[in-house]
Design a protein around this ligand. Structure first.
Ligand code: MLT
Length: 327
């Protein structure tokens, strides 16, 4: 009797394994949803649509962007983490949702280091300090000085506690002893729209959301928080050149699937992402917007998993020192 049961169990496991591998080999057979956890038109949405369009061509199925905003991106990522691990729901996370969020959300409903199958890094996104075009300060030093004297009147806009814009401007504000009115939005797409309209004084945002508006003179960039200037914005000084050398910060956007997504599916998604990054048109679009593309091992799923763990470990003490905790 025992032998029969064991034989049935082995056969079932073999069939299950065989059916999973056959199913995974045929993947994808229908459109794939990519959750973007912020409003349309912001940096995460821009990166997702650019790489998603190219990935669709490789996969032979449409990647459909679904914007699920709220709670600094954690609402959308929570939904992504809880989706079926079948490869038909993936998500674009970033330094906020998968690095800063654990420090800011004590009741976060996912663990960035455990609840995902990392697919791959899409683009690094240097941070710029930007302001409405008529802000009365000619350079970063004057900007900081004015903010210090007028902080009760200044407003800084971000995409919610835990977002990149919130996290990086928390650093900027704490470093300079500035306490502005902080205004949450559903993404920095709407933030920059309101900055162009003069309703927002300043923000810390990702370069891919800013190049066009800066080049068009619609908003003002005081500095980029990277050691070197961006080829996409050669006239914008670094924070070091502008007198704030300690403010060095970049963000990143990367593709994730829910944990337990079959390895064959993860491999197909990673292959499509890597092909997108090598596609000349896709590469040019991301580089023209100031994106920094991963090279070599930085393109692997394994590297992304290690990097997320490093980012959580890096941001947690910084943010806890800043005394910021979300509800
Ligand atoms: C966005 O896409 O709106 C940004 O990534 C939000 C943020 O993290 O600042």
């Amino acid at each position: 009797m025992k032998r029969t049961f064991a034989a049935i169990a082995v056969a079932a496991a073999t069939l299950t394994g065989a059916s999973t591998s056959a199913w995974a080999q045929n993947y994808p057979t229908r459109p794939i949803t990519m959750i973007v956890p912020f409003a349309a038109g912001g940096p995460t949405d821009v990166v997702a649509r650019i790489v998603g369009e190219s990935m669709s061509k490789t996969l032979g199925q449409q990647i459909v962007i679904e914007n699920v905003a709220g709670a600094g991106g954690t609402t959308g990522i929570t939904r992504g983490a809880q989706a079926q691990p079948d490869g038909y729901t993936i998500m674009m996370g970033h330094m906020g949702t998968h690095g800063a969020a654990p420090a800011l959300y004590p009741k976060l409903r996912y663990d960035p280091t455990k609840d995902f199958a990392p697919i791959g890094m899409a683009a690094g996104t240097p941070i710029l300090i930007v302001a409405r075009k008529d802000y009365p300060a000619k350079d970063l030093k004057e900007f900081i000085a004015r903010l210090k004297t007028e902080q009760d009147k200044a407003n800084e806009a971000h995409a919610g506690v835990g977002s990149v814009s919130f996290t990086t401007c928390t650093m900027f504000n704490v470093m300079n002893g500035i306490k502005p009115t902080r205004v949450p939005y559903t993404g920095t797409g709407p933030v920059i729209n309101d900055m162009i309209g003069g309703k927002v004084d300043y923000a810390c945002d990702q370069i891919v959301n800013l190049v066009t508006q800066i080049q068009g003179g619609n908003i003002r960039a005081y500095a980029i928080a990277t050691p070197a200037r961006s080829p996409a914005l050669p006239d914008v000084p670094t924070t070091k050149e502008a007198g704030l050398p300690d403010y060095q910060v970049s963000a990143w956007n990367a593709v994730f699937a829910p944990k337990n997504t079959p390895p064959a599916v993860v491999a197909k998604l990673n292959e499509a992402l890597v092909k997108a990054l090598d596609d000349p048109g896709t590469k040019k679009r991301l580089l023209d917007l100031g994106g920094v593309l991963p090279e070599g091992k930085e393109r692997t799923s394994a590297w992304l998993g290690e990097y997320v763990a490093q980012e959580v470990a890096r941001w947690t003490p910084i943010l806890k020192a800043g005394g910021v905790v979300a509800p």
